[in-house]
Design a binder for this molecule. Structure first.
Ligand code: 13P
Length: 255
């Protein structure tokens, strides 16, 4: 089955709006593989301006980096799924390890957020992944299984079609240390089998699974060549237009 190839950039808390506009201008102008969907997860403050800029630019879409689990209420400083949907922002990242760590988001809360985002009509990029201690004890697959079970597996087969999974081993985020292509493939294949078991083989085969953690122009090709890796969620390297374009252009030709 051929799945959509995706290169998603997670800008995190980086760029002023002016810098963001400049980065997007360079990305629009660059020569890119037209079969790859590029998603930019930008700060909330940039969404409207960048949306106008990329309108009708086909394979370039925007994502928010988080949202609340309620659509409105007394939650000072929060942004709701319906606010994003109302702006026609198609994607939201949920469960990033930085939010799990610094904002104490756990699997139960993420289940509520996923439900709210899907109900509002957003597509979810759901992050999972283990830290170094878990990896060292070889419990990484079990760890990710529990994350998926507790946050995603109450969704129906129809609902989970609007979820993209991003496997991001915490020990590889921003560290310069990438999972090897074999380590990425092992986890991605395990995740695909978990989805097939929970739903059915068709749903498992259709699931887009991205790898994230120190992807650069120089290592993307080997990781993207793995059969169960459908693309990447890229942090640092997505802030450099040339580097991100190199990553977008790192997928193999369709056979
Ligand atoms: P880096 O690519 O900077 O390691 O970040 C990965 C990440 O966290 C993407 O969400």
């Amino acid at each position: 089955m051929s799945r959509q190839k995706i290169a998603a950039g997670n800008w995190k808390m980086n760029t002023t709006l002016d810098e963001g506009v400049e980065l997007v201008s360079k990305l629009i102008a660059a020569e890119k593989d037209k079969s790859v969907l590029a998603i930019l997860a930008v700060p909330f403050t940039h969404l409207l301006t960048l949306d106008k800029k990329i309108k009708s630019k086909g394979k370039l879409k925007l994502a928010a980096q988080n949202c609340h689990y309620k659509n409105s209420g007394a939650f000072t400083g929060e942004i709701s799924p319906s606010m994003l949907a109302n702006l026609n922002i198609p994607y939201v990242i949920l469960g990033h390890s930085e939010r799990r760590q610094y904002n104490h988001e756990d699997n139960a809360l993420l289940k509520l957020k996923v439900r709210a985002a899907l109900d509002a009509g957003l597509k979810v990029i759901f992050c999972c992944g283990e830290d170094l201690d878990v990896r060292k004890t070889s419990k990484h697959i079990l760890h990710v299984k529990i994350q998926l079970e507790e946050s995603l597996f109450s969704l129906t087969a129809k609902e989970i079609k609007n979820v993209i999974i991003a496997y991001e081993p915490i020990w590889a985020i921003g560290t310069g240390e990438t999972a090897s292509p074999a380590q990425a493939q092992e986890m991605h294949n395990s995740i695909r089998r978990m989805i097939s078991r929970q739903y059915n083989k068709r749903v498992g085969e259709a699931m887009t699974i991205l790898y994230g953690g120190s992807i650069k122009g120089s290592n993307a090709k080997d990781i993207f060549a793995q059969p169960d890796v459908d693309g990447g969620l890229i942090g640092g390297a997505s802030l450099d237009a040339d580097e991100f374009v190199k990553i977008i252009n790192s997928f193999q030709e369709e056979e």
